[in-house]
Design a protein around this ligand. Sequence first.
Ligand SMILES: NC(=O)c1ccc[n+]([C@@H]2O[C@H](COP(=O)([O-])OP(=O)(O)OC[C@H]3O[C@@H](n4cnc5c(N)ncnc54)[C@H](O)[C@@H]3O)[C@@H](O)[C@H]2O)c1
Length: 267
Amino acid sequence: MEDLAGRVAFVTGGASGIGLALAEGFAKEGARIVLADIEAEALEKAEGDLLASGAEVIGVQCDVSDRGSVMAAADAAIEAFGKVHILCNNAGVAPADAIDETTPEDWKWCLGVNLMGVVHGIQALVPRIKEQGEGGHVVNTASIAGLIALPTVGIYTATKYAVVGISETLRGELAPAGIGVSVVCPSFVKTRLHEGHRNRPAELGSGPEEPNEFMAQMLANATEPAVIAERVIRGIKRGDFYILPHADMKLGFEARANEILAAFDLD
Ligand SMILES: NC(=O)c1ccc[n+]([C@@H]2O[C@H](COP(=O)([O-])OP(=O)(O)OC[C@H]3O[C@@H](n4cnc5c(N)ncnc54)[C@H](O)[C@@H]3O)[C@@H](O)[C@H]2O)c1
């Protein structure tokens, strides 16, 4: 999809961090934007700022872990703009703890947002994008934790490996309909991911202590979200499937890939 002008982009987790940067990037391209996010105050601010910059945008409060909520947000998008062409399944949270210390509630929350959120986004919007017959693009925000497993983020890693797998499957399923797919796997980005607990449902209890100090430090000096958004928009335009903004992570992936390849040849 080379020209994004006039297209409609639906961005989950669009009120802050990478999602907001994506929305700002789409606005610069002349696309219309739907911000779908659970955090009311941030959503209102993001929508107001984008409107003030001249963008065509609506904010819809939405919990991506709730199928009905995502379906309603998709309806709101169609009502506002008539169509959706680009779906960015980007909302995510990252409770960090050793796997044996995590609780069923931690799993429920993180799987609900990071994994089922992506499934809900696909099921709410891909049939409509297909029906329109104008092509389109789905961008799933995974993480480098979807390609390399690191200690203390086991739940997060489980969801991000799943998002990479879903994206690889979806790519083949949507190719005949002329709908592109990308999966973006960044390393650390300067966002509020380490403060994800601000959106944890009260009924799931408090969970691991956040902000996680290690993550806070890593994010503080990390890549600006706008850099990731630029790579994603370039990826949509030229049809990149894997979008891997951090080349310094190549060695880690290479070690994993080599270990797996070598294991095929073990007697
Ligand atoms: N920041 C990083 O270092 C990094 C690295 C790799 C991948 N990612 C991924 O990038 C994506 C965006 O995260 P971010 O880093 O911008 O963090 P962020 O906390 O700044 O933004 C996440 C957004 O998701 C929203 N959100 C949370 N729960 C939601 C729910 N149930 N329904 C709808 N919206 C919800 C939040 O309100 C927020 O606006 C996530 O999927 C994250 O896993 C982040």
